[in-house]
Design a protein around this ligand. Structure first.
Ligand code: 13P
Length: 245
């Protein structure tokens, strides 16, 4: 997740540098980039094993929503994934569990795979509410107004567990804590949707770097990472992708 960083020329340079370093990786590599970089990312990743994601979308197909970008628009320029409900969007741009749910449905309607972010604040963590907060976020994202998703859709979702206090702060959840939170999320999904929960990819995010990636990835339930700052440097990001080499 590049967030609001990188211009088109940086995007092309980055992907040309990254592609040879990750070409033999068995791990899936997705770059979620700003809207203005998507088209360049699509063309530069052609013929590589790097996939492209957007960082947000609107839930309507088209219409009078000045400044918004729809799932259909993203799909038309080679986008396969879309981040939904990042804590920065929840905090600064009034994203709610309800809009998250609408966006997930619209993503599926446009054949995009949602990467849905959940996570607790420091205050909630210190009050012992981590599990309650994140499982509620997952429940509302996946079943707002009890108007849920199909199990086949749920299986395609990527969840990113990103404790807010660990984002951009250099503080990482211990691998044990992160794994326990992710287990709780998986259990909640299985209570609602059954066995497909086992196949849902659930990532950890928050100050992931090449020096802590291996420990996180070797836990029982962490299936990957949503990387912010460390995804802006080719060598550092390639090391995270190649953690098992
Ligand atoms: P950092 O890796 O910079 O902490 O950001 C995490 C994040 O928010 C990814 O979506």
């Amino acid at each position: 997740n590049w967030k609001m960083n990188m211009l088109p020329a940086d995007t092309i340079n980055f992907i040309e540098g990254l592609a040879p370093l990750v070409k033999d990786s068995e791990n899936e590599v997705i770059l979620c980039v700003p809207y203005t970089d998507l088209f360049y990312a699509w063309h530069t990743t052609e013929g590589t094993n790097i996939h492209i994601g957007a960082e947000n979308m609107h839930w309507e197909e088209k219409g009078a929503y000045t400044g918004e970008v729809s799932g259909q628009m993203l799909k038309s320029i080679g986008v396969e994934y879309v981040i939904i409900g990042h804590s920065e969007r929840r905090a600064y741009f009034a994203e709610t569990d309800e809009t998250v749910n609408k966006k997930i449905k619209s993503a599926f309607a446009n054949d995009l795979k949602p990467i849905v972010c959940v996570g607790e604040s420091l205050e909630q963590r210190e009050a012992g509410k981590t599990e309650e907060v994140i499982t509620k976020q997952v429940e509302l994202a996946l079943t707002e107004d009890l108007d849920g998703l199909t199990p086949a859709e749920v299986e395609q979702i990527v969840i990113a567990y990103e404790p807010i206090w660990a984002i951009g702060t250099g503080k990482t959840a211990t691998s044990e804590d992160a794994n326990n939170s992710i287990k709780a999320i998986r259990k909640k999904i299985s209570e609602i949707y059954g066995n497909v929960a086992e196949d849902v990819i659930i990532q950890y995010g928050g100050s992931v770097k090449s020096t802590n990636a291996k420990e996180l990835f070797e836990t029982s339930d962490i299936d990957g990472a949503l990387v912010g700052g460390a995804s802006l440097k080719v060598d550092e990001f390639a090391k995270i992708v190649n953690y098992n080499k």
